[in-house]
Design a protein around this ligand. Structure first.
Ligand SMILES: CC(C)(COP(=O)(O)OP(=O)(O)OC[C@H]1O[C@@H](n2cnc3c(N)ncnc32)[C@H](O)[C@@H]1OP(=O)(O)O)[C@@H](O)C(=O)NCCC(=O)NCCS
Length: 149
């Protein structure tokens, strides 16, 4: 994937729940996903962005106090004013293990806080083409979900 935005954190006491062995608090991971995703979106859009939705917050594996957390975010799809970003979160110990993959949609805003066009994302590699095709399916699912609400 091109134009990857990376962020790195250490899990500190204030990021953890109160378990006997303190684990990273899910809400903290969600906040980091939002920030890393927004930076990737802003870099692509060259504009301010706002979060419209975040899909798939399944916490696959735990992270613990003092773990190193690495996030990688990249654009997977663009519409007119919206864009989808994939954010992968890893725990880095002896090896790097993915603990979450989330897809977030952002909308670019102009100086009047109105949605504004984003540069088109054209997938080039096979991975980008596969992600793009799945992003189109996710877009349809989100629209159906919205209609049913
Ligand atoms: C995002 C926001 C600016 C969109 O405004 P809007 O008047 O609904 O604008 P539009 O209907 O023209 O939609 C703009 C784009 O967002 C997309 N969109 C809107 N709702 C969506 C949703 N639930 N899921 C995915 N995309 C969505 C539209 O498809 C459109 O994309 P496109 O231009 O690429 O085709 C507005 O809903 C908003 O400000 N929401 C609050 C966002 C916020 O504050 N986030 C921080 C967390 S609280």
């Amino acid at each position: 994937m091109k134009d990857i935005t990376t962020s790195v954190q250490i899990v500190l006491a204030q990021h953890c729940n109160g378990n006997r062995r303190p684990r990273l608090f899910g809400g903290q991971l969600m906040a980091w996903i939002d920030v890393t995703g927004a930076v990737a979106a802003r870099r692509w859009a060259k504009a301010e962005v706002t979060t419209v939705c975040v899909d798939n917050l399944t916490f696959e594996k735990p992270a613990y106090l003092n773990d190193i957390i690495v996030q990688e975010a990249c654009v997977t799809w663009t519409g007119n004013t919206s864009l989808e970003v994939r954010v992968d979160t890893y725990v880095e110990r002896e090896t790097r293990e993915r603990i979450n993959r989330a897809y977030a949609v952002f909308v670019a805003l102009d100086e009047n806080e109105k949605p504004t066009r984003v540069p088109e994302f054209i997938p080039e590699t096979q991975e980008e083409m596969d992600e793009y095709a799945m992003a189109v399916e996710r877009k349809v699912m989100r629209m159906q979900f919205q209609l049913n609400q």
